[in-house]
Design a protein around this ligand. Structure first.
Ligand SMILES: [Zn+2]
Length: 96
């Protein structure tokens, strides 16, 4: 009986390791210079953000998949992506 090679478990989400590279830094600097304002609040952008996350199949190097965000908009976007959606409806009150 041939032994099947064990496949690495892909329990962890594949992370893109491009952020530390010179290529990314150059691209980030170039695009932030071209688009210096946050697309959400028109504040000063400091973050180059992937519109479609790389882990969701977005192209990390496509300019069409990149947008400028300020830090606070980027944080709130990341928050929206990683947390369960908030409910804004009236909260149930406990009646004693
Ligand atoms: Zn912003």
């Amino acid at each position: 009986m041939p032994e099947q090679p064990k496949r690495e478990k892909q329990t962890r989400k594949a992370r893109w390791h491009g952020y530390g590279t010179t290529r990314w830094r150059k691209m980030r600097a170039r695009l932030l210079a071209l688009h210096p304002l946050c697309v959400e609040c028109t504040g000063i952008a400091t973050v180059l953000d992937h519109i479609t996350a790389v882990r969701d199949g977005g192209d990390p190097w496509a300019e069409s998949n990149l947008q400028s965000l300020c830090e606070s908009c980027h944080n709130s976007k990341s928050g929206r992506e990683s947390h369960a959606p908030r409910t804004y409806g009236p909260q149930r009150r406990q009646r004693g």
